[in-house]
Design a protein around this ligand. Structure first.
Ligand SMILES: NC(=O)C1=CN([C@@H]2O[C@H](COP(=O)(O)OP(=O)(O)OC[C@H]3O[C@@H](n4cnc5c(N)ncnc54)[C@H](O)[C@@H]3O)[C@@H](O)[C@H]2O)C=CC1
Ligand SMILES: O=C(O)C(=O)COP(=O)(O)O
Length: 539
């Protein structure tokens, strides 16, 4: 694996590779950021892409570039992939996540254009506009062959009521259509608010005169509209696909049109693009455009600006707005939890040093104010810290969860208003072989981060610099002997805390020292009577 993301360059050192056509106006933020190199190479042949990606820190694409595992694995410095648009089905997200490469998209900029194109396609389909145009160009004045149908009072079935689906539904109501929609997130209340009907997938496809799909293309939606679905539809149904090829089974669509079940289809997207010479295009009932849904001046400018800004934010070490392979939290939540990012990571790193046995079950507990927020980014930071010990800079917050899964480490998150007297408290606990360890920390108002508990011992330690944790028997002289030995080794003690379970019982010393403690020095410490364990943590 490459060393990634931990070594974030600032934009001045970054090489940004763009391999699909982007709006010139939209490139402005990238040009203003004065990156080391902006390589604009639309239509790069595959072999050249594999070469060019080697040195790129960022890659920006639209739907044309296939960002496969092979491409991702050829990259040596890649930290971020930006999609100037919505669909990321041309990017191998698993490969990117495994490598810790963040993927961002621009989900808002082309919603309007895609919705307008859908309505244009549906209207063209209803009134045979492209066919009539072609016929006229052929010198014919044929009015009988192109009698259409009205949209008014017809039922439009919308499958996928996200950003674009919802805009299509609103516009269809303007055409005085009845709209019925299926989306796993669509509630009765929202449907009512929008003046549409919520139905199951089956209810939608059975009821509709026109069906338009607006889901992403994923495993679950591939061939969602297949021969079985066509069988349930009304005779004479019309199909619109301005989302992704592959949501509709093209062979089944061909058969359904040939068999007279489907009266026509309007397609902007195809299973394989470019899509030329396919038998579907030979059917007079099919109208098609070459993936033009987002191809407007406005949308292209907007998506390029949005993705460019996110790439710059990331390269400058700031949180991105539109992550695809990371949990995305609102600006407000981010502002509340961001100050805890380093603490969570340091608690994880500290905990990982408490035992050499393999980690299995991790629980991250959030107490006090933090319990009110979406803390998934903090949990990823804690995992990053925990895994760093063995994986070094290969782990970052993008791949921390993937890596935990691949090592069969379960990760639980718990929230509780109880924070043991602190305003906020993060506790990271883990099973490590037959041992169980926990470390808790907080941010003290104006004083910064503190580790406040290690296992069952209450401490107050700044998680910074060289920490030394010594487990010993609570005996007179133990502390003095440790101090003497460190002095002999010329290791200056900056702070020291002692905690014990009971007088004469097990105890710990937590020291911060000015220089790194070397293995041979640890060996000497371990030779002191009643010292059971010595652990070092460099934060
Ligand atoms: N033709 C073009 O040029 C363009 C195409 N697109 C395509 O449109 C798609 C949708 O874009 P947005 O609306 O912005 O995305 P979105 O994420 O806002 O909406 C997608 C919706 O699909 C729903 N969904 C997921 N699985 C479903 C299922 N099995 N059945 C029903 N609904 C399901 C989700 O719950 C979500 O509400 C994109 O994924 C992209 O592939 C987007 C822009 C332009
Ligand atoms: O945003 C999307 O998902 C699109 O399909 C638009 O694709 P494009 O950027 O025009 O290649």
């Amino acid at each position: 694996m490459n060393a990634i993301a931990e070594t974030k360059p600032d934009t001045r050192q970054a090489v940004i590779l763009i391999t699909d056509p982007l709006s010139e106006e939209g490139l402005q933020p990238l040009r203003e950021a004065s990156v080391a190199e902006l390589q604009i190479r639309p239509g790069l042949p595959h072999a050249e892409l594999l070469q060019a990606i080697k040195t790129a820190d960022a890659l920006i694409v639209r739907s044309g570039t296939q960002v496969t595992r092979e491409v991702i694995e050829a990259a040596e410095n890649l930290k971020i992939i930006g999609r100037a648009g919505v669909g990321v089905d041309n990017i191998d997200l698993d490969a990117a996540t495994e490598r810790g490469i963040i993927v961002v998209n621009a989900p808002d900029g082309n919603t309007n254009s895609a919705a307008e194109h859908t309505i244009a396609m549906m209207t063209s389909l209803a009134r045979n506009i492209p066919q009539a145009h072609r016929s006229l160009l052929e010198g014919k004045w044929d009015r009988k062959a192109f009698v259409g149908v009205e949209l008014k009072d017809k039922t439009l079935g919308v499958v996928g009521l996200g950003r674009i689906g919802a805009e299509v539904a609103r516009r269809a109501k303007g055409q005085r259509m009845n709209v019925i929609a299926f989306d796993p997130f669509l509630t009765e209340e929202r449907a009512k608010e929008m003046g549409i009907t919520a139905g199951t997938f089956e209810e939608v496809i059975r009821a509709a005169d026109f069906i338009t799909v607006h889901t992403p293309l994923m495993k679950e939606t591939r061939h969602l509209i297949n021969a079985e679905a066509f069988g349930k539809m009304k005779d004479g149904v019309r199909i619109v696909n301005c989302a992704r090829g592959g949501i509709i089974d093209e062979d089944a669509l061909y058969e359904a049109i040939e068999g007279g079940k489907v009266a026509g289809a309007a397609l902007d997207v195809f299973e394989t693009e470019p899509f030329t010479g396919h038998r579907l295009l030979g059917l007079p009932q099919v109208i098609a455009t070459p993936h033009l849904g987002a191809s407007t001046i406005e949308a292209q400018e907007s998506v390029a600006i949005d993705v460019g800004r996110d790439v710059i934010r990331f390269l400058n070490g700031e949180p991105v707005k539109n992550p695809v392979n990371l949990p995305s939290v609102s600006k407000e939540v981010l502002a509340k939890i961001e100050p805890f990012f380093d603490l969570a990571e340091n608690l994880g790193l500290f905990l990982s040093r408490l035992s050499d046995k393999p980690l299995t079950d991790v629980t991250v507990r959030y107490g006090g104010d933090l319990a009110d927020f979406d803390v998934r980014p903090l949990t990823r930071n804690a995992m990053k810290g925990l895994l760093k010990r063995n994986l070094g800079t290969h782990v970052n917050d993008v791949n921390a969860k993937f890596l935990a899964d691949s090592f069969h480490i379960s990760v639980d998150e718990h929230k509780s208003p109880n924070s043991k007297g602190f305003q906020q408290l993060i506790t990271v606990e883990a099973k490590m072989g037959d041992e169980f360890h926990r470390v808790a920390g907080t941010l003290l108002n104006g004083l910064g981060a503190r580790i406040v508990k290690v296992d069952d011992y209450v401490v107050d330690v700044v998680p910074k610099g060289h920490l030394l944790l010594i487990r010993h028997k609570d005996q007179p002289g133990a502390i003095g002997r440790v101090g003497m030995l460190l002095a002999e080794e010329n290791i200056n003690i900056a702070t020291m805390q002692v905690g014990r379970s009971e007088a004469g019982g097990a105890a710990i010393m937590m020291l911060t020292v000015d220089n790194e403690v070397k293995p041979e020095e640890i060996g000497r410490l371990l030779k002191i009577d009643d010292i059971y364990a010595v652990r070092t943590v460099d934060l």
